[in-house]
Design a protein around this ligand. Structure first.
Ligand code: NAD
Length: 248
């Protein structure tokens, strides 16, 4: 076995998505046993099978606290204690305030924010007791830019996810647990490759100083940085991954 994962269990949500799959591959490469969680049961099972024996699919809705609790218990029973949690499941909404319905607001918040909270709340007691744990949350440039890349509910959900990251980082630091986030923009996902036409793609590329879209593997590499044993002094950090669009 190679890498620093050393057979520990990593729970990754949104694992059947583009960035999730890249992250799952990285985790397997680093020697983790990966619980790939997603609401899309068929896809996550097929992807887990394609990654070999160290990845297993678990289908549940992260926004449902009862389902999350049952799934978390099942993962720990089948695979062992969760040492790493990557809260990556998320949905995009491009609607600005006036077009955002109550149902849409609740749906975005419940998946992008509540899901990360429920799973962190489940994972933290064991991590603290073992004095060892890593949580990484997938945030977004949207939260730092007043919604440059997304709508109001999405932007707010990711801003709150950053606040959750800081809050959990502070309350966990003395217990050997780090909590960090990655704030990507314009990762080369189907939204960019399929839903935009060539003119829209070129217009976006002109805005990105680095002059290209972000690769999903570059996102996975940011997660890897936070998981490294040498990153134990880094907590409450949000790592920008935006090709120079925004500095802070
Ligand atoms: N693509 C980008 O440029 C970009 C930029 C910034 C942040 N992000 C964030 O990165 C993360 C991954 O995005 P992606 O582009 O890979 O999207 P994606 O749609 O490819 O992947 C998201 C995954 O989450 C799963 N999911 C959705 N709702 C769920 C639920 N209720 N419970 C469990 N799983 C659920 C989906 O089935 C999907 O597989 C998201 O949190 C997104 O907000 C993406």
């Amino acid at each position: 076995m190679i890498g620093f994962g050393d057979g520990q269990v990593a729970l990754l949500t949104g694992a059947a998505g583009t960035m999730g799959l890249a992250c799952a591959r990285m985790l397997v490469d680093e020697g983790y046993v990966v619980a790939m969680a997603d609401i899309d049961a068929a896809r996550v099972d097929a992807l887990a099978a394609s990654l070999g024996g160290n990845a297993r699919g678990f289908a549940f809705d992260v926004s449902d606290p009862i389902a999350a609790e049952a799934a978390f218990a099942g993962i720990e029973t089948k695979l062992g204690p969760v040492a790493v949690l990557v809260n990556n499941a998320g949905i995009l909404s491009n609607n600005k305030a006036a077009e955002t319905s109550h149902a849409e607001w609740r749906r975005v918040m419940s998946i992008n924010l509540d899901g990360a909270f429920w799973l962190s709340r489940l994972a933290l007691p064991g991590m603290k007791a073992r004095r060892c744990g890593r949580i990484v949350n997938t945030c977004s440039l949207a939260m730092k830019s007043g919604g440059l890349t997304a709508g109001t509910a999405y932007t707010t959900s990711k801003g709150a996810l950053q606040a959750l990251t800081f809050s959990l980082a502070r309350e966990s630091a003395a217990h050997g647990v780090t909590v960090n986030g990655v704030a990507p923009a314009y990762v080369r996902t189907p939204m960019v490759t399929e839903q935009l036409d060539e003119a829209q793609r070129q217009a976006l590329l002109r805005q990105i100083p680095v002059g290209r879209f972000c690769e999903p593997e570059e996102f996975a590499h940011c997660v890897r940085f936070f998981l490294s044993p040498l990153s134990g002094f880094v907590t409450g950090e949000i790592l920008d991954l935006n090709g120079g669009l925004h500095f802070d």
